[in-house]
Design a protein around this ligand. Structure first.
Ligand SMILES: Nc1ncnc2c1ncn2[C@@H]1O[C@H](COP(=O)(O)OP(=O)(O)OP(=O)(O)O)[C@@H](O)[C@H]1O
Ligand SMILES: [Mg+2]
Length: 343
């Protein structure tokens, strides 16, 4: 397997680039979009984590990249570029081709992507036949290598197993093998280890990390586990109620100085409970539902720093440094105060 370097017109650029993506529920009368102006990019060999409470739009964002949005959700505007090519609004057929070739996906439930009626060797071989034009024999030979690579013992004899004959951890590994079968440039991992017990989780994460480096994969990781974020990701985008409210390098954003009030609240609760495998903590209040999304700051009702006037207006991203930004009109004053208090 060869590491891939993304090139855009001969220049190295982001492999996945999402710009100003807005999604809307069909028939919604709320003027505020469900997912609003989401932008991020992931480079070759890099992992970007998308975090935020349940219902913040992480899965919808991933699904928009994969061309798998539910019927009830439509794209309002934006751009999704894959290796420099615009793919948003592609036909079903084109999306199916991207999903096989350029973007692999793994989910919490392996059975959402594995075909229960097909032997695992055939699933991998079939995917290579469709996308790479490989023969069944060659595809099955490759399947053995892939299954070995993801840590399945006696890979050759496993080719003829059906998914239900495997344990949950093994199914997860097979799903990863299937996701990387055609050597994609991007891997989207939406809660890839949430359903697994802790020891199996660690093995699957080690596997993902190895593959990321070996294949130069651009990984978009959706997770609730801040321990996983800290260990695995290079950069973080924090999502709240359909918007990215803060982004930056993982260490800077989570360990050193979270600047958006929402990220501060997440980090403060983690500091109280300890870092290792901390599931996103609860903050008083709840994420607004699709119909309640306000036009102003979406975190306002739960925010200890809210000022009705300024926070009631739409919040622009405030740039705080290279690759660092927060969507909060008060971000400078709030953090100045913090720095003074610390000093
Ligand atoms: N098929 C759908 N029809 C209508 N609304 C939907 C649909 N799927 C998701 N939504 C709404 O979109 C919002 C974002 O959902 P999404 O699944 O992207 O959240 P999430 O951040 O992935 O949450 P979780 O951490 O629980 O997986 C939620 O308010 C949800 O109710
Ligand atoms: Mg989700």
């Amino acid at each position: 397997m060869n590491a891939r370097i993304a090139t855009t017109g001969g220049q190295t650029g982001p492999v996945l680039e999402v710009t100003d993506l807005s999604l809307r529920r069909v028939g919604s009368t709320n003027p505020a979009s469900l997912v609003q102006s989401v932008s991020f990019e992931v480079g070759a060999g890099e992992c970007v984590a998308l975090i935020g409470e349940s219902g913040c739009g992480k899965t919808l964002t991933s699904m928009a990249v994969l061309g798998l949005l539910p019927k009830a959700i439509r794209v309002e505007s934006g751009s999704v570029r894959l290796e420099g090519t615009e793919i948003l609004g592609s036909s079903e057929r084109e999306y199916a081709r991207y999903r096989g070739n350029s973007v692999g996906a793994i989910f919490q439930d392996p059975m959402s992507s594995l075909d229960p009626t097909m032997k695992i060797g055939d699933q991998i071989a079939e995917s290579r036949r469709i996308h790479l034009g490989e023969s069944r024999t060659e595809g099955r030979r490759r399947a053995v290598e892939l299954l070995e690579r993801v840590g399945i013992a006696n890979a050759r004899s496993r080719l003829d197993s059906y998914p239900f004959e495997l344990s949950g951890g093994m199914q997860q590994r097979v799903m990863i093998a299937a996701a990387i079968a055609c050597e994609p440039a991007v891997l989207i991992a939406d809660e890839p280890t949430t359903a697994l017990d802790v020891t199996v989780q660690a093995g699957v994460l080690d596997l993902l990390r190895g593959l990321q480096t070996e294949l130069g994969l651009a990984v978009l990781l959706v997770t609730h586990d801040l321990g996983v974020v800290a260990d695995f990701s290079d950069r973080v985008a924090v999502m709240y109620a359909g918007q990215i409210v803060e982004r930056g390098a993982t260490r800077e954003l989570l360990d050193e100085l979270p600047m958006h009030p929402y990220t501060k609240a997440l980090a403060a609760s983690v500091a109280q409970t300890g870092r290792a495998h901390t599931v996103l903590p609860t903050i008083p209040g709840r994420v607004p539902s699709a119909d309640e999304m306000p036009m102003g700051c979406r975190f306002q009702k739960r925010c200890p720093f809210a000022e009705p006037d300024r926070c009631g207006r739409p919040q622009e991203e405030v740039r705080l440094g290279p690759g660092r930004a927060a969507r909060c009109v008060r971000v400078h004053e709030i953090n100045d105060v913090e720095v003074l208090n610390r000093g």
